[in-house]
Design a protein. Structure first.
Length: 87
């Protein structure tokens, strides 16, 4: 699916997938992509002043709901086919 993407883009999506799984999401949303991009390219932090990745995760955690059970969360982490969210 991501064959046409650059290596950096694939890594950013991989990190976004990881972030989505940490929040218990079954899809990769824009906030997960942002965290994935920040993991891939630390230079982007200067565009988001006075906030760390951990601070950003905390703000996102306040707005996102975690309604999955522990088993669902483990299944989401192990799922290879985590889709991108619909626009």
């Amino acid at each position: 699916m991501f064959e046409r993407y650059t290596e950096k883009a694939r890594r950013a999506i991989f990190f976004a997938r990881y972030e989505a799984s940490q929040f218990g999401s079954q899809v990769i949303d824009t906030e997960h992509l942002l965290l994935g991009l920040l993991r891939e390219n630390k230079v982007l932090y200067r565009w988001i002043p006075k906030i760390s990745a951990e601070g950003l995760r905390q703000k996102m955690d306040e707005h996102l709901t975690r309604d999955q059970t522990e088993a669902d969360l483990r299944a989401a982490i192990l799922s290879v086919d985590m889709p991108l969210s619909e626009p």
